[in-house]
Write a protein that binds this ligand. Structure first.
Ligand SMILES: Nc1ncnc2c1ncn2[C@@H]1O[C@H](COP(=O)(O)OP(=O)(O)OP(=O)(O)O)[C@@H](O)[C@H]1O
Ligand SMILES: [Mg+2]
Length: 354
């Protein structure tokens, strides 16, 4: 390692100061008394703390310890040179050296700790700056999406009318069908994005969770006709009442069950609402289990990230929106998955307090 800029000057200053105090010690700088002891020696002992602490301030733990070691080593010959023989005095000298090391160590540790704290708060500030920028970008994107929504709705409507008017099995009809399909998809993306970017607070009401689930299942069963996928809901007689926004919770299970159906290899999907047990006894727990391809462990932590998707036609907002809605309801979602075995998504919703 080579020292640059201020580090070089600090190193130089450290060496000069350490040598100065040592010269003082050995009597090179000021005529010291011929025998050991006295005020000068006592002063020297304290003076040595200065370079040690400076070493720690400038170079951290290593700086403090190395300076202390150097000073201790360089003052090692002192008692011999001065002809000190008294056992107590010798002991005092060596204790002093141990003190140097201790001071270097403590000062070094304190300085390193302080540096770490400073780094942490700097990282935090940087993080906040990024978040603020993202949030203003988010506002702009939401505004843009909102502006796109209306004309897009018109395009979609016109495409539908024109497609219905065009004679079947003609090129014009095919093209209009493409326009219809793509504008519908775009509309869904914009709506999903707005739902995520501008969530509305849930309008809680006492509703039947089973009815919501059944509604979603029959809608999706219709869509997945011909794919030979079975979607079954387990019955649960003692399900406690919940306060939910039925429309939003429907959206949550639409996303989750849709994911289960879309996963490669899924043949069965089971939806099981139950009363929570143990620590979750104040929750209703709904598990959606599929026997599809599963999720690779390295991507599992990212599935709730907005716009994270592994699917060609996916937007990656399904789970992000679901997570947000469930959180707004005071609940939580967890996912467990095993490659080629299947995925289990569990939604916890708080039981309504009477
Ligand atoms: N049941 C599941 N089986 C396998 N992979 C899943 C399952 N559920 C989620 N995933 C993975 O998580 C990713 C994110 O899911 P999410 O629902 O948020 O987005 P998407 O389905 O890709 O797109 P969108 O729902 O917006 O149309 C998916 O792309 C997929 O890789
Ligand atoms: Mg999805």
């Amino acid at each position: 390692m080579t020292a640059h800029g201020p580090a070089k000057w600090h190193m130089l200053a450290l060496v000069v100061i350490a040598l100065a105090t040592l010269s003082f010690h050995y009597g090179f700088l000021l005529p010291s008394s011929h025998h050991h002891g006295g005020v000068l020696h006592a002063i020297h002992g304290r003076l040595c703390y200065i370079p040690i602490i400076l070493g720690a301030i400038w170079f951290g733990l290593r700086g403090g310890v190395v300076t202390a070691l150097a000073i201790a080593l360089l003052s090692l010959p002192y008692p011999r040179i001065k002809g000190v023989t008294d056992r107590d005095v010798l002991l005092g000298e060596y204790t002093e050296m141990v003190f140097y090391l201790a001071i270097g160590l403590v000062a070094g540790i304190l300085i390193e700790q302080q540096r770490l704290e400073r780094k942490k708060s700097e990282a935090l500030a940087a993080d906040l700056a990024v978040k603020e920028r993202l949030s203003s970008l988010g506002h702009m994107a939401a505004g843009l999406a909102h502006e796109i929504k209306n004309p897009l709705g018109s395009i979609q409507g016109v495409a539908e009318i024109l497609a219905d008017d065009a004679p079947p099995n003609t090129r014009k009809r095919d093209l209009l069908e493409v326009l219809k399909k793509e504008s519908k998809r775009l509309n869904t993306v914009v709506e999903d994005f707005l739902r995520f970017a501008r969530p509305r607070p849930p309008k809680l009401e006492r509703a039947s969770l089973e009815r919501v689930l059944d509604g979603v299942i029959s809608q999706l069963a219709l869509e997945s006709r011909g794919k030979e996928i079975q979607i079954a809901r387990k019955s649960s007689p003692d399900l406690p009442p919940v306060s939910i926004d039925p429309e939003q919770i429907q959206q949550v299970f639409l996303n989750i069950i849709q994911n289960a159906i879309t996963a490669d290899g899924t043949r069965h999907v089971e939806v099981a609402p139950t009363r929570g047990e143990g620590a979750d006894q104040d929750s209703v727990v709904i598990t959606v289990r599929d026997d599809g391809e599963g999720i690779a462990p390295e991507i599992l932590p990212r599935v709730f990230d907005p716009f994270f998707t592994t699917r060609d036609s996916g937007t990656g907002l399904g789970l992000a929106i679901s997570h947000q809605i469930v959180r707004e309801h005071g609940g939580r979602i967890t996912i467990r998955s095993e490659r080629r075995r299947g995925t289990q998504v569990t939604v916890f919703l708080p039981v309504r307090k009477e």
